[in-house]
Every structure is written in C-alpha cells, then in structure tokens.
Design a protein around this ligand. Structure first.
Ligand code: AMP
Length: 447
C-alpha cells in the first residue's frame, strides 16, 4: 500500500474542520484590523529565502526541501554538480511565509513610496526537512500576518494584541499562555552585539559544542537556542542584547512595552529570545503553552531590513506566524476541541425507483435554499436509507413514495423522535427548515 511521506498528514473530517475553523476565526479577526488575504506560490527561488532568512540559518542550510524537475535532475546527475544552475532553476518549497510575501510585495509594488502600507495574511502549508516528532512535521500549516510600511511601535503592539486575541478566540485558557518578548536591536547596534557574543563563545570554546563553535563564525546568536544543556548553561551568562541596544532601539522597545501595558497584555521579557531567522530586527516575540509539551505555538517580530534584502526600497515590516498543528495539540491538552460538531443534513428518501425523479427535484429545491442535502445513489431499501440518514447525521428525512407524488405532498420524518407529518409540496423548504431548527435546538431548550 502506498504511504504518505513521514512527517506529513492527511487533513480530512474533524481535523480538516478544525483547520477551517482556525482560518475562519483568523479571517474574522484580521479583517477588523484591515488585513487582506494573500497566497504566494509554495515554490520559490532559493534566493528568496537565502536573502531573507539568511544563508547561515538551519532552515536554509539543512531544512529547505529543494526541488528540481525530472529533466534537470538527469542533467545534474550527468554533470555531478549544480554549479551551472541559474537562479531561476534553483528552487525550494517554502519553509516559512514571510520571505515569499515580502518578495510578492516587492515584485508587485504593493507598498509604493508614501502610499498606504500593505497589510496581508495567509493560511498555507510550509515545508521543512526536520526530523518528525510530536508537533514537528515536514509539511505543516501556518496562519501568518505581515504588515509592511509601519515603523510605529504601536504596530508591534497591535500585532501582538492580534496574536493573543486569536488564541483567546480559539478557546485557549489565557492564563496558561506565556508571551515572551525581546528586542534584537537593528543594523546600528546588532553588529557590535554579535561581536560580543562571538567573543564570549571563543572565551568559552573549550566548554561549548562543535555546533556552537561553528555558529560563532556564522551566526553566534543562534547559540542561545543550542539544544545542548551545557551550552545553555554557559549562554546564560553571555552578554544580553538588551544591554547593547542603541538609543533608538531602546526607546522603540520601551514604547512597545508601554502599549502592551496599556492594553493589559501580560508578557515576560526574555533577553535571550533571538528567534531562528536572520531577518528579525527590534521586537521579537514567541508564545508557549504551559504544560502542553509542544514548543512554541506562534511567534514573530519586526523585520525592517527584509524588503531591501528582497530588492525593494527601504520599508519596515512586522508579522507573526501561528502553527495550526501545535495549536490543535495544545488546545487538546486544555480539553478544547477545535473540530466542532459534525455537520447535519436533510436526507431525501425514495420509497421506490418510480419516485427517483421526484426525489431528484426535491433535492435541487432544498439545495437551492442553502441546505446540506443527501439522498440515496445506490438503490437502497427504505430501511437502509434511514440507517444511512442516521449515519450522515440527518436531522430530517423527506420521504417520497407513490402516495406523496399522487397527492402533491411530502412526508417529513423527525429523525430524533421518528414522528412523521404530511406537508404540502409547496411548503417543503419552510417546513424542513422549521423542523431542522427545532431538532437542532431540541436539547438546548429550557422547559
Ligand atoms: P517559525 O516560523 O519557526 O517561527 O514557526 C512559527 C510557528 O509555526 C511555530 O511557533 C510553530 O507553531 C509552527 N511550526 C514551526 N515549525 C513547525 C514544524 N516543523 N511542525 C509543526 N509546526 C511548526
């Protein structure tokens, strides 16, 4: 039997409903802040990610799925090197959303100088060649939001407010969420800070792992995220970025915190929070769920240099991404089920083959009224049609037999009580809707 790729999942049934629910909640919320949806291609030139995410990051070096066509693959095998490839032939599946959105903003000139900022959101699959485990997939889904052209610290605070509101609307117990924030400085103050951390790692080189020594050369700040416990301990006494911020960055950070305080958003300052990607400047943030054991459920930050790196004019930006699978796992640990109830329907049952065309017409009428309608397409007996209707969660069955056709009537069966009534053909839609409504709310009515 063919099998799916390790670390990928099929989305269907309740799990698909949960993904759709998360998108619907995000859509409604983001709309109130004026964000429009965007979809960029899953396939981009590698350079789009290299420019933004950074050549030295794990995502670019190890985790990106690179793509070649069959013809190109054969050529590469023959030549034994990819050196001759043109940039447009070097492709990868997107490992994250921001670089592609920024590429699209630049290419389509969505933030012409001096005009309104671009406010965009997406709900897409991301692809990373990671070792699969709980909450870590090779194809996963993110909802993300990008706000281009807004340097104001109020935008940073609003992004965080939107993110936390999204979690609240999805049903999280907010007392269990921890929002971590930090400022990573900018092109003014970060280079000096990087140097300090690099020197710190060299000063402790006998005690740190090989990976950290390599990181010291190419991306020293990544050592704060080293999985090695001993390295983690040492890095606790490394210089902190917050002590190295220039005046502008320090003021910006103070203002973001003041806005969060004013909005009543609780946060924990974590001066070691550096996030994995190179493009972040100033504000960065991440959200974890206590006792859920799934890692971060979302994070983001400001990226004021990214548009230029992608070939555009200097344009500030900020955004975040939330992982669907981890949100679903974390919500489940809190007893919240994002799947929602299975959809209900109305079933049109056919007593004998002679009434099949009458059934066909009734299904069309009911669907025109916007109802979810099922019928039999396999020539089942009436009894097994009722069974089928139960399986399909039908609240109401419309029964059509010879008498109904002769008298211009339908019989309606309440699938809960099994009570049946006869109605005039012309009243079909009204009567079905009324019965479905009362069946749906039967259990909720207080007597
Ligand atoms: P990142 O782009 O790494 O900051 O990821 C943003 C969010 O996407 C994280 O907070 C996770 O919720 C989710 N995420 C990242 N990587 C994975 C993965 N491999 N599998 C599932 N979810 C992920």
């Amino acid at each position: 039997m063919a099998q799916k790729v390790q670390g990928t999942e099929d989305l269907y049934g309740g799990y698909m409903r949960a993904w759709q629910h998360m998108q619907a909640v995000a859509h409604e919320l983001f709309d109130t802040y004026g964000f429009d949806m965007i979809e960029t291609p899953a396939l981009e030139q590698i350079d789009t990610f290299v420019h933004g995410i950074g050549e030295s990051t794990d995502v670019v070096r190890k985790e990106m799925f690179r793509v070649v066509s069959g013809a190109l693959f054969e050529r590469l095998l023959e030549e034994g090197t990819e050196k001759g490839l043109k940039p447009r032939q070097r492709l990868a599946m997107r490992p994250e959303g921001t670089a592609g959105v920024v590429r699209a903003v630049v290419e389509n000139n969505l933030v012409p100088q001096g005009s309104t900022p671009a406010k965009l959101w997406y709900a897409e699959s991301m692809f990373r060649g990671e070792r699969p485990q709980k909450g870590r997939l090779r194809q996963f889904h993110q909802i993300g939001l990008e706000w281009l052209g807004a340097p104001d610290p109020a935008a940073d605070a609003e992004c965080i407010i939107i993110l936390m509101e999204l979690y609240r609307r999805l049903g999280f117990d907010m007392s269990k969420l921890r929002l971590y924030i930090n400022s990573m400085g900018d092109s003014n103050c970060r280079p000096a800070y990087r140097k300090k951390v690099k020197q710190f790692i060299y000063d402790h080189k006998d005690e740190m792992c090989e990976d950290c020594l390599e990181r010291a050369e190419i991306n020293p700040l990544r050592s704060f995220d080293c999985k090695n416990e001993h390295c983690q301990q040492i890095m606790q006494s490394a210089p902190l970025v917050t002590d190295s911020l220039c005046e502008e960055c320090a003021q910006h950070y103070a203002q973001v915190k003041a806005y969060l305080d004013a909005a009543g958003i609780e946060y924990v300052e974590d001066p070691t929070l550096v996030r994995g990607l190179d493009y972040y400047t100033r504000t960065v943030f991440e959200v974890e769920v206590l006792d859920a054991g799934v890692g971060a459920i979302g994070g983001g930050g400001r990226y004021d240099g990214l548009v230029e790196l992608e070939g555009g004019k200097p344009t500030p930006g900020i955004g975040f991404a939330v992982g669907f699978e981890r949100v679903a796992l974390a919500l489940a640990t809190q007893g919240v089920d994002m799947e929602g109830a299975e959809p209900t329907c109305v079933y049109v049952a056919c007593a004998a083959p002679e009434q099949r065309s009458a059934v066909f017409e009734a299904t069309l009428t009911l669907r025109d009224a916007g109802l979810r309608v099922e019928a039999d397409y396999q020539g089942r007996s009436l009894k097994s049609q009722f069974k089928q209707a139960d399986k399909l969660n039908a609240l109401v069955c419309v029964i059509i037999g010879a008498d109904e056709v002769a008298n211009n009537t339908y019989t309606l069966r309440d699938m809960n009580t099994h009570e049946q009534v006869s109605i005039a053909q012309a009243d079909l839609v009204d009567e079905v809707i009324e019965l479905m409504y009362s069946a749906e709310f039967e259990d909720d009515v207080e007597l």
